[in-house]
Design a protein around this ligand. Structure first.
Ligand SMILES: [Zn+2]
Length: 308
């Protein structure tokens, strides 16, 4: 019996990716996508219309090619069958911007805002608009690309374990200084714990975020610090404070915290399945680091601006 071993999979040599695709591409068949009106097979390379502007027809065909079911110019099924597809119309309305971006007249940041307006919920489709405009710079990407990559590079984040954070400009023992150690109690919760720190903008679910916000506000001598301290997790607290808290400001600080984290932190994780082992090791690492004379913050470390 063959048993797949993820460790062996991780040894995959990425320089052999072409060989892999050539080999498996033969038995792997996929139907061609045809133009909605003419029934002619859509030639992806031809529709990219390299060196020219993208026509309305190029865009329509490529959207259909990308997602036949949801991005065809007409709705294919359901109560709205036969009606114009609003998603496609929204893209066509920005045909000019897409071509201006292709020509380099619009910056990436600006085009990003346009794509977010067109597809507010679809990151993958946003990237696809980048791709059709400038295919050599922006490859098609979806979660499966990243999944495959992380499996082959063996960099999947384990389901249970300990994480260790490093911060830019903080050094010890001639390498990065450990600025935070953490773990989780619930089973299979390492990834969601990391998300609470790095992705979800809710300071009351992450003491790490809360502390960074505290330090940033305190450094600015911003009186909003007082409101930042209030825990809004419970319904009762929300009702009690919703009128007195400046929620726009709170969102703005959450965004600043996220940006600070993205710009300054990196982390490593290691897998430990057993909860008691995790907690034991976490506290041992914390005490080892805190007792070490060399693992001290630099004078400019943001953590030193924390009010408590
Ligand atoms: Zn040390």
């Amino acid at each position: 019996m063959f048993i797949l071993n993820k460790k062996q999979l991780g040894k995959f040599d990425l320089s052999k990716a072409k060989q892999f695709v050539d080999y498996w591409g033969k038995p792997y068949s996929f139907g061609s996508v045809k133009d909605y009106n003419t029934g002619k097979v859509i030639d992806y390379i031809e529709e990219l219309n390299l060196g020219n502007r993208l026509s309305e027809q190029n865009i329509k065909r490529m959207l259909r090619w990308k997602d036949r079911r949801r991005l065809t110019e007409e709705i294919l099924s359901g109560p709205n069958k036969g009606k114009d597809n609003i998603k496609v119309l929204k893209v066509l309305k920005e045909q000019k911007s897409i071509n201006r971006f292709r020509q380099g007249d619009i910056r990436v940041e600006e085009f990003k805002i346009t794509t977010e307006k067109i597809f507010p919920n679809g990151f993958v489709w946003q990237i696809f608009l980048f791709h059709i405009a400038r295919p050599f710079e922006f490859p098609i990407a979806d979660r499966n690309v990243f999944r495959a990559f992380s499996i082959h590079k063996n960099t999947m984040i384990p389901k249970d374990g300990i994480y260790i954070l490093f911060e830019k400009e903080e050094f010890a023992h001639s390498t990065n200084r450990i600025v935070r150690i953490g773990t989780h109690t619930g089973n299979n919760k390492l990834r969601s714990r990391l998300k609470e720190h790095f992705v979800n903008e809710n300071k009351d679910r992450s003491i790490f975020r809360k502390n960074i916000g505290r330090a940033l506000l305190n450094k600015d001598k911003d009186p909003f610090l007082k409101q930042w301290e209030i825990d809004l997790t419970t319904k009762k607290a929300k009702e009690l404070h919703s009128n007195s808290i400046d929620l726009t400001k709170q969102k703005e600080i959450e965004k600043r915290v996220t940006k600070y984290i993205r710009d300054n932190f990196s982390f490593v994780v290691f897998q430990i399945d057993n909860k008691d082992k995790r907690l034991e090791l976490e506290s041992k690492i914390i005490s080892a680091v805190s007792l070490c004379d060399e693992c001290k913050p630099s004078p400019n470390w943001l953590g030193l601006s924390s009010p408590n």
